[in-house]
Design a protein around this ligand. Structure first.
Ligand code: BGC
Length: 414
């Protein structure tokens, strides 16, 4: 890509990212819907319920994206709507997503489509979900259906959202369905199955749409050593390895990236410090904590825009184009969000100068939404949503991001 002076490369994608279940509403056929009805699962007893009613209001929501000068948008197609029972495909829902993607295109916005963003059909969950042996093959018919019937409208493909985070939240911390805790074996199987599913999906997409870039989104948290001591360096490296590689069968990640990723997608939000601690055998002798002196978001995790450059530089050696598939901050302090966006994007520019081939940035997220187990209290959006009337209001950070997108540079906000 050619860079414009002081700005981002020509053709850079400026977007926001979203996930169907967090915004659409009445997404009843998926495992998350059932999970939310169980007492104590979601903060404040929230449930996704009508969410932002995006299912019906997508035209207005996309008009707002256009107003914010976006030229791309990352969204997910809900598997449980398209295939509510195994092998049964719902033509009405496929039509719906054709309208959704068509509308984005009408607005001049390139869709990046995610095929799995944390939610699975109930029939699939009842068979063991992603921990079941045949999970990758059970996912495939849905992929084929989307590829055949919606593929002409898709610009970029993101097969699976953050296998590493998903597996840990669902089978280790129990924050996601099926709400299991400490099941390392299942976590291992889930991550491997998701990477296998990615490989199969990659093949299915490429056979039909050979020119469309396909990748997945990897959750990339930065782990820093608590001191210069070797044992703390070991703690940080072991943590990074566990997040980035360990749950995947040896060699598999490399194979997945080399052969079946046209680009690297990363979701980066936060970082932690790691110290070796012999009193914590259950935590592999590692104590993790927020980085002192760095701001802490409402999610309770420390963040620093400078880490974006570090994370991007780690990817340089893979030699692939990079899309930042998610990045953002949970806060009600919208001025902080504006600063965070500018500073993060300055670091993206520095990384581009370092030689990382970054092609696009998808801010998480356009509208405040259902933040999984945290319910509606976390506000990541550039656009606020009144929870009673569902009325949308563009925040100053939305306008701020819009100016950057329009000029393809930071000059308008510096
Ligand atoms: C997930 C989103 C989530 C965001 C903020 C990401 O890892 O993909 O669905 O809302 O983090 O927590």
């Amino acid at each position: 890509m050619t860079a414009t002076v002081g700005g981002f490369p020509e053709g850079f994608l400026w977007g926001t990212a979203s996930a169907a279940h967090q915004i659409e509403g009445n997404n009843r056929n998926c495992d998350w819907w059932e999970f939310e009805q169980q007492p104590g699962r979601i903060a404040n007893g929230d449930t996704s319920a009508v969410a932002n009613d995006h299912y019906h209001r997508y035209r207005d929501d996309f008009a707002l994206l256009r107003e914010l000068n976006q030229n791309a948008h990352r969204l997910s197609i809900e598997w449980s709507r398209i295939e509510p029972a195994q092998g049964e495909f719902d033509a009405v829902q496929i039509r719906h997503y054709r309208d959704v993607l068509g509308e984005l295109r009408e607005q001049g916005i390139e869709p990046m489509v995610t095929l799995h963003h944390f939610t699975s059909p109930i029939w699939f969950a009842n068979k063991g979900g992603w921990s079941a042996k045949d999970a990758p093959h059970a996912f495939l018919p849905f992929v084929h259906r989307v590829v055949d019937q919606l593929g002409d409208l898709v610009g970029l493909w993101c097969t699976i959202n953050e296998p590493n985070l998903y597996a840990a939240n669902a089978w280790i911390s129990g924050e996601f369905p099926p709400g299991r805790m400490g099941d390392l074996g299942a976590m291992y199987r889930v991550t491997s199955n998701m990477h296998k599913a990615h490989e199969l999906a990659y093949g299915a997409i490429k056979r039909r749409w050979p020119d469309a870039p396909v990748g997945l989104s990897h959750h990339k948290l930065l782990f820093l050593p608590a001191s210069e001591k070797r044992r703390d360096h070991w703690a940080a490296q072991a943590s990074q390895l566990a997040l980035d590689r360990w749950p995947v069968a040896p060699g598999m990640l490399r194979r997945v990236v080399e052969a079946t990723c046209d680009y690297i997608g990363i979701a980066h939000y936060w970082g932690q410090m790691c110290a070796f601690d012999p009193s914590l055998p259950k935590d592999q002798f590692i104590r993790r904590f927020n980085v002192p002196g760095r701001p802490v978001t409402d999610m309770g995790l420390s963040t620093d825009p400078a880490w974006m450059r570090v994370v991007l530089n780690e990817l340089r050696k893979l030699g692939k184009p990079v899309y930042i598939t998610e990045n953002g901050v949970a806060t009600d302090d919208d001025e902080w969000r504006c600063r965070y966006i500018t500073e993060t994007l300055s670091n993206v520019l520095l990384a581009i100068g370092d030689g990382v081939d970054v092609r696009g940035y998808f801010h998480w997220t356009n509208t405040d939404n259902f933040e999984w187990a945290r319910g509606y209290n976390m506000h990541f959006g550039l656009i606020g949503v009144d929870r009673k009337t569902l009325e949308r209001t563009i925040k100053p950070s939305g306008r701020h991001y819009a100016r950057i997108a329009a000029s393809n540079s930071l000059s308008a906000v510096n």
